[in-house]
Design a protein around this ligand. Structure first.
Ligand SMILES: [Zn+2]
Length: 143
């Protein structure tokens, strides 16, 4: 469910309570509401964050001020994504590269973000495990 990029935390509550969603697209503005953050963590929902879309739409004016790392530190499950790259610029790799530079993300952070993208995808469980195994192996060999 697409909620909480430009809209506020109240939109995310509606998505949670009425629509019984499994994943929140964007969700940046959950940070306005501490109880909502706890609820998202409790329900183990991922937020598919799109940093370059966020700067294009002026949700944040500079990527250096993006809350992605703060969200991770709070215990939210975050993934990095592109969002209509034709409009907002940047495929998923560019989102990773620019966000890593702006927020000084570590290899450990990037590993977690990539892992989440499989864990919270809609793939079958055995497929998720295969991809995560491959990712973990790559991470361990390139730490
Ligand atoms: Zn979007």
């Amino acid at each position: 469910m697409h909620a909480g990029e430009e809209g506020g935390a109240d939109y995310i509550w509606v998505a949670l309570d009425i629509l019984k969603i499994k994943r929140i697209d964007h969700g940046n503005n959950c940070l306005q509401d501490e109880i909502l953050v706890k609820e998202i963590i409790k329900r183990d929902l991922a937020l598919t964050v799109c940093p370059l879309s966020n700067t294009a739409l002026q949700v944040v004016s500079d990527l250096k001020d993006h809350s992605l790392k703060k969200m991770m530190d709070l215990g939210l499950q975050i993934t990095i994504n592109s969002d209509d790259p034709t409009y907002f610029g940047g495929q998923v790799n560019q989102n990773y590269i620019d966000t890593q530079k702006a927020l000084n993300l570590t290899k450990k952070d990037l590993h977690q973000l990539a892992k989440n993208s499989f864990k919270y995808s809609f793939l079958k469980e055995n497929k998720k495990e295969d991809f995560i195994k491959e990712l973990d192996k790559y991470y361990l060999n390139n730490k």
